[in-house]
Write a protein that binds this ligand. Structure first.
Ligand SMILES: Cc1ncc(COP(=O)(O)O)c(C=O)c1O
Length: 384
C-alpha cells in the first residue's frame, strides 16, 4: 500500500528535491536558535520585522484577553467579532476600496476568491509565475486557464484578442512575484483589462508593506480605485496570519455569499486579528519602519551588486539564481554553516533548472548583519 509513496520519496532524494521540516526557535524578528546555535533569518517574509514589535504583541494579547482564544465558529455563523469589522474597515481604508473581507490565509483567499469569481465559462489569464494559490484557485474554478509568459504584455494581448468580447474574463497576477521579487506591470495590465472587458485581480501578498508606500501594487501605480480586486495576506509584512480581499461592495458581498473557503472554515482567532490590526496601525502611523526596510533593501542591493551578484529589484526579495538543485543545496548549506538561514528554493516552486537561494531582508536587520550575509553568499558562490 505504501510502495507508491516510498518510490516518490526515493525519486525526490535522487533528484536532490526532498523537503524536510527543520525546527527553529525565533529569538527576535531576525534571529533564530537551533541546537544551541544562533542563526540569522534571511528567508522569512516578515518584511517589516513586526512579529516581535511590542505594539503588535500587545494587539494579540488584547485580542485574546477581550475575546478569548478561539473564534468558535465560521464568520457567517458565530465568528464575526468586533475586531473583524475593525480590521476589515481599516483594510478597506488602507487599500482605498469600499470594503474588505478577511480570510483565514492568503492561500484560502486566493482559492476562495478565484473559484467564486470565475466559473466554467470564464477565461482566466494568469501570469506564468503566479503563486501556487492562484493556480489552485484557477483550477478549482473549472474555468479555462490561459497562461501568459511572465509579465509578457504582448502575449497577454494576443490571448485576449482571440477571445469573444462578451465572454467573462479575469486577468490575475502577483503584484510582487514571490520567488523573483519583481513587480507586475499593473498599469499595462489595467489598460488591457479595460480594452478587452476583463476583471483585474492583483495578489499583494509581497507588495503590502513593501511597495506603494506600503499600500501595495495598485497604490504603486496610482490605480487603487481602478483595480477590481486587491488581495493580500496578514502573514507577511503584517506579522500575523490570515488573508484578505479588498474590493467594491458588490464583489465583497458576492464573496461572503459564495466563497467556499470563506464560508466553510472557522474564523481566525482574536489574537491573529488583534495582531494584524495593530501591525496595520504601525505601518500607517510609524513611517520609520518602512524607511528602515527601504534603506536595508537599497543597502543590500548595492552590496550584492558591488560583489558582482545580480540584484536589481526594488523589493526585499533577492533571488540568487543558481540553477541546479545540488548546487543550490550546497550554497544553502554553506550559509547554514555560517549561521545564516537562506533556504534552497527548488521545483516545483520555481521552474526546473532555475533553483535559487531566495534571500529576504527586513526592516529589523542591521547593516552589520547584511554585510555578513552578502560576504558569506559571495564566499559560498565561489565554492561552486
Ligand atoms: C503571492 C502569494 N500569494 C499568496 C500566498 C499565501 O499566503 P498565506 O501564506 O497567507 O497563505 C503567498 C505565500 O505564502 C504568496 O507568496
Amino acid at each position: 500500500m505504501y510502495k507508491f509513496f516510498k518510490e516518490q520519496l526515493d525519486s525526490k532524494i535522487e533528484n536532490h528535491n526532498l523537503r524536510t521540516l527543520r525546527e527553529y526557535c525565533p529569538l527576535d524578528a531576525v534571529r533564530v536558535k537551533r541546537d544551541d546555535k544562533e542563526y540569522l533569518m534571511m528567508a522569512s517574509n516578515n518584511y517589516l520585522g513586526l512579529t516581535f514589535d511590542t505594539r503588535v504583541i500587545e494587539g494579540a494579547l488584547k485580542g485574546t484577553q477581550e475575546y478569548g482564544t478561539g473564534s468558535g465558529g465560521s464568520r457567517l455563523v458565530s465568528g464575526t467579532f468586533p475586531l473583524f469589522t475593525e480590521l476589515e474597515n481599516a483594510l478597506a481604508k488602507f487599500k482605498n476600496t469600499e470594503k474588505a473581507l478577511v480570510f483565514n490565509t492568503g492561500y484560502m483567499a486566493n482559492v476562495g476568491t478565484i473559484s467564486a469569481i470565475a466559473d466554467k465559462d470564464t477565461i482566466i489569464f494568469s501570469d506564468a509565475l503566479n503563486h501556487a494559490s492562484i493556480i489552485d484557485g484557477c483550477r478549482l474554478s473549472r474555468g479555462t486557464i490561459k497562461t501568459y509568459g511572465h509579465c509578457d504584455i504582448d502575449e497577454l494581448k494576443y490571448l485576449l484578442k482571440s477571445v469573444d468580447r462578451n465572454t467573462q474574463k479575469l486577468i490575475v497576477t502577483d503584484g510582487v512575484f514571490s520567488m523573483d521579487g519583481d513587480i507586475a506591470p499593473l498599469d499595462k495590465l489595467y489598460e488591457l483589462s479595460r480594452e478587452y472587458n476583463a476583471l483585474l485581480m492583483v495578489d499583494d501578498a509581497h507588495a503590502t508593506g513593501t511597495i506603494g508606500n506600503g499600500h501595495g501594487t495598485a497604490a504603486y501605480f496610482g490605480l487603487e480605485k481602478e483595480v477590481d480586486i486587491q488581495l493580500g495576506t496578514l502573514s507577511k509584512s503584517l506579522g500575523s496570519v490570515g488573508g484578505y480581499v479588498a474590493a467594491n461592495s458588490t464583489i465583497i458581498d458576492y464573496l461572503v455569499n459564495t466563497s467556499r473557503s470563506f464560508i466553510f472554515s472557522t474564523a481566525l482567532s482574536p489574537a491573529d486579528i488583534g495582531a494584524a490590526l495593530a501591525a496595520l496601525h504601525v505601518l500607517e502611523s510609524d513611517i520609520s519602519v518602512l524607511q528602515r526596510l527601504h534603506e536595508n533593501v537599497n543597502y543590500m542591493a548595492d552590496k550584492l551588486i558591488s560583489m558582482g551578484i545580480n540584484a536589481t529589484n526594488e523589493t526585499p526579495i533577492f533571488p540568487i539564481l543558481i540553477g541546479r538543485n545540488e548546487d543550490t543545496l550546497a550554497v544553502s548549506e554553506y550559509l547554514y554553516e555560517s549561521g545564516i538561514i537562506g533556504t534552497a528554493i527548488r521545483p516545483p516552486t520555481v521552474p526546473i533548472g532555475e533553483s535559487r537561494i531566495r534571500l529576504t531582508v527586513t526592516a529589523a536587520h542591521n547593516k552589520e548583519q547584511i554585510d555578513y550575509v552578502c560576504q558569506s553568499l559571495h564566499n559560498a558562490m565561489k565554492q561552486l
